[in-house]
Design a protein around this ligand. Structure first.
Ligand SMILES: Cc1cc2nc3c(=O)[nH]c(=O)nc-3n(C[C@H](O)[C@H](O)[C@H](O)COP(=O)(O)OP(=O)(O)OC[C@H]3O[C@@H](n4cnc5c(N)ncnc54)[C@H](O)[C@@H]3O)c2cc1C
Length: 480
Protein backbone atom coordinates (compact mmCIF):
# COMPACT_ATOMS: atom_id res chain seq x y z
CA UNK A 1 0.00 0.00 0.00
CA UNK A 2 1.20 3.55 -0.74
CA UNK A 3 3.05 5.00 2.25
CA UNK A 4 1.95 8.50 3.20
CA UNK A 5 4.33 11.04 4.74
CA UNK A 6 3.45 14.45 6.21
CA UNK A 7 5.98 17.29 6.10
CA UNK A 8 5.29 20.18 8.45
CA UNK A 9 6.95 23.46 7.44
CA UNK A 10 7.61 24.81 3.96
CA UNK A 11 10.93 26.55 4.62
CA UNK A 12 14.00 25.31 2.75
CA UNK A 13 14.35 22.31 5.12
CA UNK A 14 10.78 21.10 4.55
CA UNK A 15 11.01 21.77 0.81
CA UNK A 16 14.26 19.81 0.57
CA UNK A 17 12.61 16.91 2.37
CA UNK A 18 9.69 17.12 -0.10
CA UNK A 19 12.07 17.13 -3.06
CA UNK A 20 13.93 14.09 -1.68
CA UNK A 21 10.62 12.22 -1.28
CA UNK A 22 9.53 13.28 -4.76
CA UNK A 23 12.79 11.91 -6.19
CA UNK A 24 12.17 8.61 -4.38
CA UNK A 25 8.60 8.53 -5.77
CA UNK A 26 9.87 9.16 -9.30
CA UNK A 27 12.46 6.40 -8.79
CA UNK A 28 9.57 3.96 -8.22
CA UNK A 29 9.06 3.99 -4.44
CA UNK A 30 5.39 3.66 -3.49
CA UNK A 31 5.17 6.87 -1.49
CA UNK A 32 3.17 10.11 -1.44
CA UNK A 33 3.48 13.18 0.75
CA UNK A 34 1.61 16.27 1.93
CA UNK A 35 3.45 19.46 2.92
CA UNK A 36 1.73 21.78 5.42
CA UNK A 37 2.80 25.41 5.58
CA UNK A 38 1.27 27.92 8.00
CA UNK A 39 2.06 30.96 5.82
CA UNK A 40 0.44 31.82 2.51
CA UNK A 41 3.72 31.23 0.66
CA UNK A 42 6.63 28.78 0.66
CA UNK A 43 10.24 29.50 1.61
CA UNK A 44 10.05 30.38 5.33
CA UNK A 45 12.69 33.03 5.97
CA UNK A 46 13.82 32.95 2.33
CA UNK A 47 12.02 35.91 0.78
CA UNK A 48 13.29 37.63 -2.37
CA UNK A 49 11.63 40.41 -4.30
CA UNK A 50 12.65 42.81 -7.07
CA UNK A 51 12.14 46.57 -6.84
CA UNK A 52 13.34 48.96 -9.59
CA UNK A 53 15.43 46.11 -11.03
CA UNK A 54 17.18 45.50 -7.65
CA UNK A 55 17.04 41.99 -6.17
CA UNK A 56 16.18 42.35 -2.48
CA UNK A 57 16.57 39.57 0.07
CA UNK A 58 14.52 39.70 3.26
CA UNK A 59 16.30 36.62 4.64
CA UNK A 60 19.46 34.84 3.46
CA UNK A 61 21.19 36.56 0.56
CA UNK A 62 23.58 33.70 -0.29
CA UNK A 63 25.18 30.54 1.07
CA UNK A 64 28.74 29.43 1.77
CA UNK A 65 30.18 27.95 -1.41
CA UNK A 66 32.29 25.44 0.53
CA UNK A 67 29.08 23.68 1.68
CA UNK A 68 27.96 22.04 -1.56
CA UNK A 69 24.38 20.91 -0.76
CA UNK A 70 22.71 24.13 -1.94
CA UNK A 71 24.53 24.47 -5.28
CA UNK A 72 24.06 20.74 -5.90
CA UNK A 73 20.33 21.09 -5.25
CA UNK A 74 20.13 24.01 -7.71
CA UNK A 75 21.87 21.93 -10.38
CA UNK A 76 19.48 19.03 -9.78
CA UNK A 77 16.56 21.41 -10.17
CA UNK A 78 17.89 22.74 -13.48
CA UNK A 79 18.79 26.22 -12.21
CA UNK A 80 22.56 25.68 -12.03
CA UNK A 81 23.01 28.41 -14.66
CA UNK A 82 21.50 30.89 -12.17
CA UNK A 83 24.26 30.36 -9.56
CA UNK A 84 26.35 33.45 -9.04
CA UNK A 85 29.56 33.78 -6.99
CA UNK A 86 30.35 36.77 -4.80
CA UNK A 87 32.58 39.47 -6.19
CA UNK A 88 35.55 38.43 -4.06
CA UNK A 89 38.00 40.87 -5.64
CA UNK A 90 35.93 43.52 -3.82
CA UNK A 91 35.75 41.55 -0.58
CA UNK A 92 36.62 43.70 2.36
CA UNK A 93 34.66 43.94 5.59
CA UNK A 94 34.95 46.76 8.08
CA UNK A 95 34.40 46.92 11.82
CA UNK A 96 33.00 50.10 13.29
CA UNK A 97 35.23 51.45 16.06
CA UNK A 98 33.96 54.80 17.35
CA UNK A 99 33.38 56.79 14.18
CA UNK A 100 35.90 54.84 12.05
CA UNK A 101 35.41 51.87 9.76
CA UNK A 102 38.50 49.68 10.19
CA UNK A 103 39.04 46.83 7.71
CA UNK A 104 39.32 43.32 9.13
CA UNK A 105 43.00 42.41 8.98
CA UNK A 106 44.05 40.23 6.05
CA UNK A 107 44.66 36.56 6.92
CA UNK A 108 41.83 35.91 9.39
CA UNK A 109 41.07 32.19 9.77
CA UNK A 110 38.16 31.13 11.97
CA UNK A 111 38.33 34.60 13.49
CA UNK A 112 42.03 34.15 14.41
CA UNK A 113 44.58 36.49 12.77
CA UNK A 114 47.29 34.45 11.00
CA UNK A 115 49.35 37.09 9.18
CA UNK A 116 51.93 38.91 11.24
CA UNK A 117 52.25 42.19 9.35
CA UNK A 118 48.53 42.98 8.85
CA UNK A 119 47.85 42.01 12.47
CA UNK A 120 50.72 44.16 13.77
CA UNK A 121 49.60 47.15 11.68
CA UNK A 122 45.81 47.02 12.14
CA UNK A 123 44.34 49.79 14.27
CA UNK A 124 41.54 47.35 15.19
CA UNK A 125 43.49 46.13 18.24
CA UNK A 126 45.51 47.96 20.88
CA UNK A 127 49.18 47.14 21.41
CA UNK A 128 48.39 45.22 24.56
CA UNK A 129 46.06 42.90 22.57
CA UNK A 130 48.72 42.48 19.87
CA UNK A 131 51.26 41.54 22.54
CA UNK A 132 48.75 39.13 24.02
CA UNK A 133 48.34 37.52 20.58
CA UNK A 134 52.11 37.10 20.32
CA UNK A 135 52.25 35.63 23.83
CA UNK A 136 49.50 33.14 22.96
CA UNK A 137 51.79 31.72 20.29
CA UNK A 138 54.46 30.91 22.87
CA UNK A 139 52.47 30.42 26.08
CA UNK A 140 48.97 29.22 25.17
CA UNK A 141 46.39 28.53 27.90
CA UNK A 142 45.48 24.93 28.79
CA UNK A 143 42.70 23.46 26.62
CA UNK A 144 39.19 23.52 28.10
CA UNK A 145 37.82 20.21 29.32
CA UNK A 146 34.15 21.17 29.03
CA UNK A 147 32.08 23.13 26.52
CA UNK A 148 32.34 26.91 26.90
CA UNK A 149 31.12 29.99 25.07
CA UNK A 150 32.95 31.33 22.02
CA UNK A 151 33.63 34.50 24.02
CA UNK A 152 35.19 32.53 26.91
CA UNK A 153 37.50 30.60 24.62
CA UNK A 154 38.56 33.71 22.72
CA UNK A 155 39.14 35.63 25.94
CA UNK A 156 41.33 32.84 27.37
CA UNK A 157 43.54 33.00 24.29
CA UNK A 158 43.49 36.60 23.11
CA UNK A 159 41.74 38.79 25.71
CA UNK A 160 38.52 40.79 25.93
CA UNK A 161 39.27 43.28 23.16
CA UNK A 162 39.36 40.45 20.59
CA UNK A 163 35.94 39.35 21.84
CA UNK A 164 34.52 42.89 21.63
CA UNK A 165 36.00 44.00 18.32
CA UNK A 166 36.20 40.79 16.31
CA UNK A 167 34.35 37.73 17.56
CA UNK A 168 31.16 39.36 18.88
CA UNK A 169 30.46 41.43 15.75
CA UNK A 170 31.24 38.49 13.46
CA UNK A 171 28.89 36.19 15.37
CA UNK A 172 26.11 38.71 15.69
CA UNK A 173 26.45 39.38 11.94
CA UNK A 174 26.32 35.67 11.03
CA UNK A 175 24.10 34.15 13.75
CA UNK A 176 22.27 37.16 15.15
CA UNK A 177 23.88 35.62 18.20
CA UNK A 178 25.70 36.51 21.37
CA UNK A 179 29.31 35.28 21.62
CA UNK A 180 28.94 34.98 25.41
CA UNK A 181 26.19 32.40 24.95
CA UNK A 182 27.09 30.48 21.77
CA UNK A 183 28.79 27.11 22.29
CA UNK A 184 32.29 26.94 20.86
CA UNK A 185 31.92 23.17 20.40
CA UNK A 186 28.75 23.56 18.34
CA UNK A 187 29.60 26.73 16.43
CA UNK A 188 33.37 26.46 15.91
CA UNK A 189 34.24 22.77 16.37
CA UNK A 190 37.43 23.13 14.34
CA UNK A 191 38.74 25.66 16.80
CA UNK A 192 38.19 23.17 19.62
CA UNK A 193 40.05 20.44 17.69
CA UNK A 194 42.89 22.84 16.97
CA UNK A 195 43.16 23.84 20.61
CA UNK A 196 43.27 20.18 21.64
CA UNK A 197 46.00 19.42 19.13
CA UNK A 198 48.19 22.55 19.27
CA UNK A 199 47.09 24.36 22.47
CA UNK A 200 47.91 27.66 20.73
CA UNK A 201 45.23 28.76 18.25
CA UNK A 202 47.70 31.02 16.40
CA UNK A 203 50.09 28.07 15.98
CA UNK A 204 47.22 25.86 14.81
CA UNK A 205 46.05 28.40 12.23
CA UNK A 206 49.57 28.85 10.91
CA UNK A 207 49.93 25.08 10.58
CA UNK A 208 46.57 24.94 8.74
CA UNK A 209 47.67 27.71 6.39
CA UNK A 210 50.95 25.95 5.64
CA UNK A 211 49.27 22.61 4.94
CA UNK A 212 46.61 24.19 2.66
CA UNK A 213 47.26 23.31 -1.03
CA UNK A 214 49.21 26.11 -2.77
CA UNK A 215 46.93 28.28 -4.93
CA UNK A 216 48.35 27.96 -8.43
CA UNK A 217 48.33 31.16 -10.45
CA UNK A 218 46.04 29.66 -13.09
CA UNK A 219 43.49 28.06 -10.74
CA UNK A 220 40.38 30.16 -10.19
CA UNK A 221 39.43 30.12 -6.52
CA UNK A 222 35.72 29.57 -5.90
CA UNK A 223 33.94 32.60 -4.48
CA UNK A 224 33.30 32.58 -0.76
CA UNK A 225 29.52 33.05 -1.17
CA UNK A 226 27.11 31.85 -3.84
CA UNK A 227 23.67 33.20 -4.61
CA UNK A 228 21.09 33.01 -7.41
CA UNK A 229 20.86 35.75 -10.00
CA UNK A 230 17.15 36.38 -9.46
CA UNK A 231 17.22 35.88 -5.67
CA UNK A 232 17.34 32.99 -3.24
CA UNK A 233 13.61 32.40 -3.79
CA UNK A 234 14.49 30.92 -7.18
CA UNK A 235 15.49 27.80 -5.25
CA UNK A 236 12.13 27.73 -3.48
CA UNK A 237 10.19 28.25 -6.72
CA UNK A 238 12.22 25.58 -8.51
CA UNK A 239 11.43 22.96 -5.84
CA UNK A 240 7.75 23.99 -5.72
CA UNK A 241 7.52 23.56 -9.50
CA UNK A 242 8.65 19.92 -9.16
CA UNK A 243 6.13 18.88 -6.48
CA UNK A 244 2.98 17.00 -7.49
CA UNK A 245 -0.25 19.02 -7.77
CA UNK A 246 -2.19 18.98 -4.51
CA UNK A 247 0.80 17.99 -2.35
CA UNK A 248 1.32 21.48 -0.85
CA UNK A 249 -1.16 22.98 1.61
CA UNK A 250 -0.50 26.70 2.14
CA UNK A 251 -2.06 28.78 4.93
CA UNK A 252 -2.49 25.51 6.83
CA UNK A 253 -1.01 25.66 10.30
CA UNK A 254 -0.76 22.29 12.00
CA UNK A 255 -1.88 22.58 15.60
CA UNK A 256 -1.61 18.96 16.79
CA UNK A 257 -0.01 15.66 15.88
CA UNK A 258 -0.75 12.24 17.38
CA UNK A 259 0.65 8.74 17.21
CA UNK A 260 -1.55 5.66 17.33
CA UNK A 261 0.26 2.53 18.49
CA UNK A 262 -1.18 -0.61 16.87
CA UNK A 263 -0.48 -4.21 17.93
CA UNK A 264 2.05 -5.96 15.60
CA UNK A 265 1.84 -3.08 13.09
CA UNK A 266 3.75 0.18 12.62
CA UNK A 267 2.20 3.17 14.40
CA UNK A 268 0.07 5.67 12.43
CA UNK A 269 0.50 9.41 12.76
CA UNK A 270 -2.33 11.94 12.74
CA UNK A 271 -1.93 15.56 11.69
CA UNK A 272 -4.56 18.15 12.63
CA UNK A 273 -4.97 21.55 11.03
CA UNK A 274 -7.85 24.02 10.82
CA UNK A 275 -9.00 22.05 7.75
CA UNK A 276 -9.37 18.71 9.54
CA UNK A 277 -7.37 15.62 10.41
CA UNK A 278 -5.39 13.27 8.19
CA UNK A 279 -3.48 10.06 8.81
CA UNK A 280 0.12 9.20 7.78
CA UNK A 281 2.78 6.52 8.09
CA UNK A 282 5.48 9.05 8.99
CA UNK A 283 5.92 12.72 9.88
CA UNK A 284 8.79 15.14 9.21
CA UNK A 285 8.81 18.22 11.43
CA UNK A 286 10.72 20.91 9.52
CA UNK A 287 9.78 23.65 11.97
CA UNK A 288 11.70 25.86 14.35
CA UNK A 289 12.52 23.73 17.44
CA UNK A 290 10.00 25.68 19.55
CA UNK A 291 7.27 24.77 17.01
CA UNK A 292 8.18 21.08 17.06
CA UNK A 293 8.31 21.20 20.88
CA UNK A 294 4.75 22.43 21.18
CA UNK A 295 3.45 19.69 18.82
CA UNK A 296 5.39 16.92 20.62
CA UNK A 297 4.63 17.90 24.21
CA UNK A 298 1.86 15.36 24.76
CA UNK A 299 3.70 12.60 22.86
CA UNK A 300 7.13 12.83 24.48
CA UNK A 301 7.58 15.40 27.21
CA UNK A 302 11.39 15.08 27.63
CA UNK A 303 11.83 15.47 23.85
CA UNK A 304 9.64 18.58 23.86
CA UNK A 305 11.60 19.99 26.81
CA UNK A 306 14.93 19.44 25.04
CA UNK A 307 13.61 21.11 21.88
CA UNK A 308 12.09 24.07 23.67
CA UNK A 309 15.49 24.70 25.30
CA UNK A 310 17.00 25.72 21.93
CA UNK A 311 16.88 29.54 22.05
CA UNK A 312 16.03 31.56 18.93
CA UNK A 313 16.76 35.14 17.97
CA UNK A 314 14.78 37.49 15.74
CA UNK A 315 16.07 39.87 13.14
CA UNK A 316 15.05 42.75 10.92
CA UNK A 317 16.51 43.61 7.54
CA UNK A 318 16.04 47.12 6.22
CA UNK A 319 17.08 47.43 2.58
CA UNK A 320 17.46 50.90 1.09
CA UNK A 321 17.74 51.64 -2.63
CA UNK A 322 19.68 54.71 -3.85
CA UNK A 323 20.95 56.28 -7.04
CA UNK A 324 24.49 54.88 -7.23
CA UNK A 325 25.92 58.41 -7.44
CA UNK A 326 24.56 59.11 -3.96
CA UNK A 327 26.73 56.30 -2.56
CA UNK A 328 29.94 57.47 -4.24
CA UNK A 329 31.59 58.08 -0.85
CA UNK A 330 31.21 54.46 0.31
CA UNK A 331 34.49 52.66 1.07
CA UNK A 332 35.27 49.70 -1.23
CA UNK A 333 34.04 46.36 0.13
CA UNK A 334 31.05 44.22 1.07
CA UNK A 335 30.00 46.23 4.12
CA UNK A 336 30.61 46.60 7.82
CA UNK A 337 29.85 45.02 11.20
CA UNK A 338 28.93 46.94 14.31
CA UNK A 339 30.22 45.66 17.69
CA UNK A 340 27.64 45.70 20.49
CA UNK A 341 29.94 47.96 22.53
CA UNK A 342 29.29 50.72 19.95
CA UNK A 343 25.68 50.83 21.24
CA UNK A 344 24.05 51.21 17.83
CA UNK A 345 20.79 49.61 16.68
CA UNK A 346 22.42 48.31 13.53
CA UNK A 347 24.37 45.02 13.72
CA UNK A 348 25.71 45.03 10.18
CA UNK A 349 25.29 46.60 6.76
CA UNK A 350 25.93 44.97 3.37
CA UNK A 351 26.79 46.97 0.25
CA UNK A 352 24.65 44.67 -1.91
CA UNK A 353 25.65 46.18 -5.29
CA UNK A 354 29.32 45.44 -4.47
CA UNK A 355 28.84 41.90 -3.10
CA UNK A 356 27.24 40.38 -6.23
CA UNK A 357 27.49 41.58 -9.82
CA UNK A 358 24.31 41.95 -11.85
CA UNK A 359 21.69 41.88 -9.09
CA UNK A 360 21.47 45.68 -8.89
CA UNK A 361 21.36 47.93 -12.01
CA UNK A 362 24.57 49.90 -12.68
CA UNK A 363 22.96 53.21 -11.75
CA UNK A 364 21.49 51.96 -8.45
CA UNK A 365 23.02 51.12 -5.09
CA UNK A 366 21.57 48.96 -2.33
CA UNK A 367 22.36 49.00 1.39
CA UNK A 368 21.00 46.12 3.48
CA UNK A 369 21.05 46.79 7.22
CA UNK A 370 20.53 44.17 9.95
CA UNK A 371 18.98 44.91 13.30
CA UNK A 372 17.74 42.78 16.17
CA UNK A 373 19.61 39.62 17.10
CA UNK A 374 19.99 38.00 20.49
CA UNK A 375 18.72 40.21 23.33
CA UNK A 376 17.22 42.86 21.04
CA UNK A 377 13.74 41.34 20.68
CA UNK A 378 12.00 44.62 21.61
CA UNK A 379 13.09 46.22 18.31
CA UNK A 380 10.79 43.81 16.43
CA UNK A 381 7.80 45.64 17.93
CA UNK A 382 8.91 49.06 16.63
CA UNK A 383 7.12 50.64 13.66
CA UNK A 384 8.57 50.69 10.15
CA UNK A 385 8.82 54.48 10.39
CA UNK A 386 10.85 54.31 13.62
CA UNK A 387 13.20 51.64 12.23
CA UNK A 388 13.71 53.54 8.96
CA UNK A 389 14.53 56.77 10.81
CA UNK A 390 16.96 54.92 13.10
CA UNK A 391 18.74 53.27 10.17
CA UNK A 392 18.95 56.53 8.19
CA UNK A 393 20.46 58.36 11.19
CA UNK A 394 23.04 55.62 11.75
CA UNK A 395 23.96 55.46 8.04
CA UNK A 396 24.53 59.19 8.06
CA UNK A 397 26.70 58.97 11.19
CA UNK A 398 28.72 55.97 9.99
CA UNK A 399 28.93 56.41 6.20
CA UNK A 400 28.02 60.06 5.76
CA UNK A 401 25.11 59.02 3.50
CA UNK A 402 22.34 61.57 3.95
CA UNK A 403 20.47 61.20 0.64
CA UNK A 404 16.81 60.17 0.67
CA UNK A 405 16.55 56.55 -0.44
CA UNK A 406 14.47 55.77 -3.55
CA UNK A 407 12.76 52.97 -1.63
CA UNK A 408 12.92 51.17 1.70
CA UNK A 409 12.03 47.52 2.11
CA UNK A 410 11.62 45.96 5.56
CA UNK A 411 11.46 42.29 6.65
CA UNK A 412 11.03 40.94 10.15
CA UNK A 413 12.06 37.34 10.92
CA UNK A 414 10.64 36.45 14.33
CA UNK A 415 12.28 33.71 16.39
CA UNK A 416 13.80 32.34 13.20
CA UNK A 417 17.50 31.92 13.94
CA UNK A 418 18.43 29.03 16.27
CA UNK A 419 21.18 29.83 18.80
CA UNK A 420 23.48 26.98 19.68
CA UNK A 421 24.11 27.70 23.35
CA UNK A 422 26.73 26.05 25.59
CA UNK A 423 25.71 22.36 25.90
CA UNK A 424 23.95 22.35 22.50
CA UNK A 425 25.63 19.13 21.33
CA UNK A 426 24.45 17.18 24.40
CA UNK A 427 20.95 18.59 23.98
CA UNK A 428 20.84 17.51 20.33
CA UNK A 429 22.14 14.03 21.21
CA UNK A 430 19.25 13.70 23.66
CA UNK A 431 16.84 14.85 20.92
CA UNK A 432 18.29 12.26 18.52
CA UNK A 433 17.96 9.45 21.07
CA UNK A 434 14.32 10.32 21.81
CA UNK A 435 13.44 10.65 18.10
CA UNK A 436 15.07 7.26 17.39
CA UNK A 437 12.57 5.73 19.84
CA UNK A 438 9.67 7.07 17.75
CA UNK A 439 9.99 5.33 14.36
CA UNK A 440 8.41 7.32 11.56
CA UNK A 441 9.33 10.69 13.11
CA UNK A 442 12.16 12.86 11.77
CA UNK A 443 13.24 16.45 12.45
CA UNK A 444 14.80 18.93 10.03
CA UNK A 445 15.73 22.60 10.10
CA UNK A 446 18.23 25.01 11.53
CA UNK A 447 18.01 23.93 15.19
CA UNK A 448 20.31 20.95 15.02
CA UNK A 449 23.54 20.86 13.05
CA UNK A 450 24.10 24.16 11.27
CA UNK A 451 21.91 27.17 10.62
CA UNK A 452 22.97 27.98 7.05
CA UNK A 453 20.84 27.22 4.01
CA UNK A 454 23.07 24.26 2.90
CA UNK A 455 22.83 22.74 6.41
CA UNK A 456 19.03 23.02 6.34
CA UNK A 457 18.93 21.39 2.90
CA UNK A 458 21.05 18.54 4.22
CA UNK A 459 18.78 18.02 7.25
CA UNK A 460 15.75 17.92 4.91
CA UNK A 461 17.36 15.19 2.81
CA UNK A 462 18.44 13.25 5.88
CA UNK A 463 14.95 13.46 7.41
CA UNK A 464 13.41 12.14 4.18
CA UNK A 465 15.97 9.31 4.03
CA UNK A 466 15.31 8.44 7.67
CA UNK A 467 11.52 8.12 7.30
CA UNK A 468 11.89 6.19 4.02
CA UNK A 469 14.19 3.76 5.87
CA UNK A 470 11.67 3.44 8.69
CA UNK A 471 9.05 2.51 6.08
CA UNK A 472 11.44 0.04 4.37
CA UNK A 473 11.64 2.24 1.26
CA UNK A 474 14.71 3.53 -0.54
CA UNK A 475 15.87 7.12 -0.93
CA UNK A 476 17.22 8.51 -4.21
CA UNK A 477 20.80 9.88 -3.94
CA UNK A 478 20.92 13.04 -1.78
CA UNK A 479 22.40 16.42 -2.69
CA UNK A 480 25.95 16.66 -1.30
C1 LIG B 1 17.58 37.51 8.20
C2 LIG B 1 18.28 36.19 7.98
C3 LIG B 1 19.43 36.14 7.19
C4 LIG B 1 20.06 34.92 6.96
N1 LIG B 1 21.15 34.88 6.16
C5 LIG B 1 21.68 33.70 5.79
C6 LIG B 1 22.66 33.65 4.76
O1 LIG B 1 23.04 34.67 4.17
N2 LIG B 1 23.15 32.42 4.41
C7 LIG B 1 22.71 31.26 5.00
O2 LIG B 1 23.18 30.18 4.63
N3 LIG B 1 21.75 31.29 5.98
C8 LIG B 1 21.23 32.47 6.37
N4 LIG B 1 20.23 32.50 7.29
C9 LIG B 1 19.80 31.25 7.93
C10 LIG B 1 18.90 30.41 7.03
O3 LIG B 1 18.25 31.22 6.10
C11 LIG B 1 17.85 29.69 7.85
O4 LIG B 1 18.48 28.97 8.91
C12 LIG B 1 17.05 28.69 7.01
O5 LIG B 1 16.53 29.30 5.85
C13 LIG B 1 15.92 28.11 7.88
O6 LIG B 1 15.16 27.21 7.11
P1 LIG B 1 14.11 26.26 7.83
O7 LIG B 1 13.35 25.56 6.77
O8 LIG B 1 14.78 25.45 8.86
O9 LIG B 1 13.16 27.22 8.68
P2 LIG B 1 12.14 28.40 8.23
O10 LIG B 1 12.61 29.08 7.02
O11 LIG B 1 11.92 29.19 9.48
O12 LIG B 1 10.82 27.58 7.87
C14 LIG B 1 9.97 27.01 8.82
C15 LIG B 1 8.56 27.07 8.23
O13 LIG B 1 7.65 26.37 9.10
C16 LIG B 1 6.42 27.06 9.06
N5 LIG B 1 5.66 26.67 10.24
C17 LIG B 1 5.94 26.98 11.54
N6 LIG B 1 5.02 26.38 12.36
C18 LIG B 1 4.17 25.68 11.56
C19 LIG B 1 3.05 24.83 11.83
N7 LIG B 1 2.63 24.59 13.07
N8 LIG B 1 2.40 24.28 10.77
C20 LIG B 1 2.83 24.49 9.49
N9 LIG B 1 3.91 25.30 9.20
C21 LIG B 1 4.57 25.86 10.22
C22 LIG B 1 6.81 28.51 9.03
O14 LIG B 1 5.75 29.33 8.55
C23 LIG B 1 8.01 28.49 8.09
O15 LIG B 1 7.64 28.71 6.75
C24 LIG B 1 19.56 33.71 7.55
C25 LIG B 1 18.41 33.76 8.35
C26 LIG B 1 17.77 34.98 8.57
C27 LIG B 1 16.52 35.01 9.41
Amino acid sequence: MTKRIAILGGGIAGLSAAWALEKARRAGQDVEFALYEAAGRLGGVIASETIDGCVIEGGPDSFLTEKPAAAQLCRELGIGDQLLGSNDSERKTYILVGKRLIPLPDGLMFMVPTKLVPTALTPLFSWSTKLRMAREFLFPPAPATVDESVADMTRRHFGQETVDRLVSPLLSGVYGGNASQLSVRAVLPRMVDMERKHRSLSRAMLAARKSAPPSSGSAVRPSLFTTLRGGMSQMVDAIAAQLPAGSVHLSTEVHAIGRDERPRQPARWTVESGFGQDSFDAVILALPAWGSASLLRLLDHPLAEALSGVPYSSSITVTLGYDRAQLAGLPPGFGFLVPAIEKRAMLACTFVHAKFAGRVPEDKGLLRCFLGGSGNEALLGESDAYLTTTVLKELEAILGVNARPLFVCMHRSRQAMAQYGVGHLERIQLVRDRVAALPGLALAGNAYQGIGVPDCIRTGHEAAASVLRALALEAAPAAR
